[in-house]
Design a protein around this ligand. Structure first.
Ligand code: PSU
Ligand code: MN
Length: 302
């Protein structure tokens, strides 16, 4: 097995303790430095406070790692030239000895490979606006259609075409449930403006769905638990709409494409909301990490 699983994570998995996978792209490319390192540490601490073991995932010098020590976390947050790796990039990075942060798709693949069932992030990638012209759809969706993992997130990033993304998830057969809500959350916003068909209300209920997935067998697809940012911590919806329109224009004007699109849009929002989008993003991720830890605990108890 090429995966390097940290001793702490290995022992936790071996003894049936709860483990939560965390992605690293949000750290390396989704948040400004040096705040990103503080956040990476804070998220790991939050998982521990809830009684679970954090397993941040990244590739360092061509080795895929599940569970990072302090020095490794610092490299992900601060090293120049850290790449952004989707799951398709993993074999290339491994063969060449590259270092990179893992997106939702790469993290889900590696975490599932290590035997981890619960994963927390901010917002998933999805179908971009202007999809008909660019065909830009995050590889997150396709990978989650064939990976048995539970992803706790605040919906999909609001820079995307949310209804198109929900439709793709339906087409791909990925289960989606709101946590404590029948509205699909909107990442920076508590409500994306779109409904969700299923509502789950407790970590135990989420764990029961996971058991039912296993009982039903193939196809091994994900479960998306969409957990809204608390309303009092969301980004002002009007400010969001205004700055996002501006960000999308800037993206087009500057000819940003491919992997650079998401970090560009998120960065633009942070700069033009005076950091308010960052606060909302962090509030969402924090809530997701805590809920994921509780789901992981219910899962190992089950
Ligand atoms: N959620 C955040 N910030 C991020 C991301 C998610 O709060 O930076 C990252 C995730 O790693 C996700 C990726 O997988 O953005 C999607 O990128 P793309 O649209 O290029 O697939
Ligand atoms: Mn893309």
């Amino acid at each position: 097995m090429v995966l390097v699983v940290s001793q702490e994570v290995r022992e936790a998995l071996g003894s049936g303790r709860p483990v939560v996978a965390l992605e690293s792209t949000i750290i390396a490319h989704g948040l400004p430095r040096p705040r990103n390192l503080q956040v990476a540490r804070e998220l790991e601490r939050a998982v521990r406070q809830e009684g679970a073991v954090p397993a941040t995932v990244a590739v360092l010098d061509g080795r895929p790692r599940v569970g990072l020590d302090q020095e490794e976390l610092e490299r992900v947050a601060g090293e120049d030239g850290i790449r952004k790796l989707g799951h398709r990039d993993l074999p290339l990075a491994l063969a060449i000895g590259a270092s990179g942060a893992t997106t939702v798709s790469a993290t889900a693949l590696l975490a599932a490979g290590a035997g981890i069932r619960v994963f927390a992030t901010g917002g998933l990638g999805g179908v971009h606006r202007e999809w008909t012209a660019t065909q830009d759809e995050s590889a997150d969706l396709g990978l989650l259609a064939r990976t048995r993992i539970t992803v706790v997130c605040a919906g999909v990033k609001s820079v995307l075409d949310v209804p198109a993304t929900l439709q793709r998830l339906e087409t791909l057969g990925v289960a989606v449930a709101g946590y404590g809500t029948d509205r699909f959350p909107g990442f920076y916003l508590s409500d994306s403006g779109h409904p969700v068909d299923w509502t789950l209300r407790t970590p135990e209920q989420v764990a029961r769905v996971m058991r039912a997935q296993d009982a039903l067998g193939a196809p091994g697809s994900a479960l998306i638990v969409a957990n809204p940012v608390p309303e009092e911590e969301q980004l002002d919806p009007e400010l969001h709409a205004r700055v996002l329109a501006d960000a999308l224009h800037a993206c087009e004007r500057e000819g940003v494409t491919g992997q650079a699109v998401t970090p560009f849009l998120l960065g633009h929002l942070v700069r033009h909301t005076d950091g308010a989008s960052l606060d909302a993003n962090l509030a969402a991720v924090r809530g997701n990490v805590r809920l994921a830890a509780r789901v992981a605990a219910a899962w190992v108890r089950a």
